[in-house]
Design a protein around this ligand. Structure first.
Ligand code: ADP
Ligand code: MG
Length: 272
């Protein structure tokens, strides 16, 4: 049976949280779940994956914010993400939250990306990402059953097309899950205050942006790199019916997610 619930999906990147950020985020999640808020988490691990690849003499390459991934790269991705996932679950448990870690392929089906044309830095680029995919189908019941028991699913972005595992950008995984479980809100926690008009100027934050404005910001190069899959993810979540999609700063000293969930706006709100 599929029921509608008020589920908040939190996505955070490997760079997003400051030194004590993970503990703080987990404490906020603890307080919110205590109040009955249903939370699902999806995390990435970009910097740790880069570090491990470099340690092994591999060269990390990203185009338009997504990692080009071969078999050896996928092995590193899976190993590093599994480790981070276990740490996140432990941190939640330490904060008193019941949590369960799982890969994306536990509840979704993915399709491998074909060669394609993308826009980065305002320029068109031909790219074949290799063993990279997007979520095409989700089994929402997995999430519903857990959140009904007040258990927080913590998902790491490795998918499968039924034949092989695929690396999925964490924002893309979050968007696919958000669409598949019909979240109320998706909150992308990142290392910038929101979408900036000038990446080097945190005060140039855009408070509210429409999907149409986002297209223009990608075309003129204002939005580039990792911000591209992030805004694509926001678009997918909105088109799937999310009431609100936001981007917030994981290094915010006051409140990472509690304020926005309680209706005090910060970061960037993405609207239709
Ligand atoms: N217009 C923009 N506003 C904010 N950040 C941007 C913009 N364009 C590109 N970026 C980059 O996107 C990065 C966030 O994406 P990413 O590095 O993939 O982090 P995450 O781990 O949160 O996915 C920012 O740190 C910033 O360098
Ligand atoms: Mg990213």
């Amino acid at each position: 049976m599929v029921r509608m619930r008020d589920i908040y999906l939190l996505k955070f990147g490997g760079n997003a949280l400051g030194d004590d950020g993970m503990e703080r985020l987990c404490r906020e999640v603890a307080a919110l779940t205590e109040e009955g808020v249903s939370i699902v988490m999806v995390h990435g691990g970009g910097p740790a994956i880069n570090a491990e690849m470099e340690r092994l003499g591999m060269k990390p390459v990203k185009v338009a914010g997504k990692r080009i991934t071969d078999e050896a790269g996928l092995e590193v991705v899976e190993k590093v993400l599994r480790g981070i996932n276990a740490e996140v679950v432990r941190c939640l448990e330490d904060a008193g939250v019941r949590a369960i870690g799982m890969p994306g392929y536990f509840l979704s089906e993915c399709r491998r990306d074909g060669p394609q044309t993308v826009v980065d830095e305002g320029r068109e680029i031909e790219v074949d990402y290799g063993l990279v995919g997007e979520v095409v189908k989700v089994d929402p019941q997995v999430v519903y059953d857990l959140v009904d028991e007040r258990i927080v699913p913590v998902i790491y972005p490795v998918g499968s097309d039924g034949e092989q595992h695929l690396n999925v950008n964490a924002d893309s995984m979050a968007a696919g899950i958000a669409a598949g479980i019909k979240v109320k809100e998706m909150i992308a926690i990142t290392d910038v205050p929101g979408i900036l008009r000038d990446v080097h100027d945190p005060s140039s934050k855009i408070d509210t942006v429409t999907l149409k404005q986002i297209d223009a910001l990608i075309a003129d190069g204002t939005i580039s790199g990792g911000m591209i899959p992030k805004v694509d993810a926001c678009r997918r979540a909105i088109e799937a019916g999310a009431e609100a999609v936001r981007m917030v700063n994981g290094k915010d000293p006051d409140s990472i997610i509690t304020d926005v969930i309680k209706g005090i706006p910060h970061g960037t709100l993405i609207i239709r």
